[in-house]
Design a protein around this ligand. Structure first.
Ligand SMILES: [Zn+2]
Length: 267
């Protein structure tokens, strides 16, 4: 067969295949990068594995949007537009240098597969309920990262004080060294990450929200809010990559305990 004709046939074939698969997806665009990259696992973190696994610089090579924390649970991490921010326990927001290290994080290269042009929510449960309904259409067994931009009449965030070794379990850290901040009239972005039920304990099932104000002065792990008016962009994710800690603490950790109730109590 003439090579040009063969080439044309292959192209036509590929187009037909992609048209069929596009129809099969509930989701709109299904843009390009659909991978999530995770540092460590929630179970290890809950057990007090706060040693850095990779650097902030390396983390940024895996995406531009996400959340996590820093070595020793030194505050909450919000990754937005490729910048890694720390919401510190003293309430300040800092851009973290590439040399800092990361014990736990999830990050993706955000691309908008769908959106909610106007979203209003009375509170946290109202918002996550609406997000649940939205992703039910596309499949609750996918992972999602959602950016919600808007105005909050009130938002409550927490951060955590840096821990010293020997590290205690995270439930104890949250009980003793958690700092809670309540801010009124904030405009900013919530980065929300959703993991399906079968990934509970690897991360955590459901929605995990971190906030950063537009003026980059306030933020943290979202505990609650009231009266959100804004919009949401949704990134549907189909691929998961995980890097494990390489230290002895992790290698010898006992993972037989069911941590799900502890995870939901602090997150
Ligand atoms: Zn958090």
């Amino acid at each position: 067969m003439n090579r040009k004709i063969l080439f044309a046939l292959i192209i036509v074939g590929l187009l037909a295949v992609s048209a069929v698969s596009a129809q099969n997806f509930g989701f709109l665009n299904n843009n390009n990068d659909d991978s999530m990259y995770q540092v460590s696992l929630m179970q290890a973190f809950m057990h007090g594995e706060y040693n850095g696994v990779i650097s902030v610089g390396d983390l940024k090579s895996h995406g531009d949007t996400g959340l996590g924390t820093f070595e020793g649970v030194n505050g909450e991490m919000i990754i937005l537009d490729g910048v890694v921010y720390q919401a510190a326990a003293d309430g300040s927001i800092n851009v973290m240098s590439d040399n800092e290290t990361v014990p736990f994080a999830t990050i993706t290269s955000f691309d908008e597969d769908g959106n909610i042009a106007n979203i209003t929510a009375k509170n946290f449960d109202d918002l996550t309920g609406q997000l649940d309904k939205t992703i039910e259409k596309y499949g609750t067994n996918n992972m999602y990262v959602v950016k919600i931009k808007g105005d909050f009449s009130n938002i409550t965030v927490r951060s955590v004080e840096k821990q010293e070794k020997p590290y205690k379990e995270f439930t104890q850290v949250a009980a003793v060294d958690q700092k809670v901040f309540n801010h009124t009239d904030q405009t900013g972005t919530v980065v929300a990450v959703y993991f399906p039920e079968y990934m509970n304990e690897l991360n955590m099932h459901g929605w995990h929200l971190h906030f950063l104000s537009d003026d980059k002065t306030k933020g943290g792990h979202v505990l609650g809010f009231s009266n959100l008016k804004g919009s949401a962009q949704i990134d549907e994710i189909h691929e998961f990559n995980m890097i494990l800690p390489t230290d002895d603490t992790f290698a010898k950790m006992n993972f037989t305990e069911d941590m799900s109730s502890k995870i939901s109590s602090v997150e």
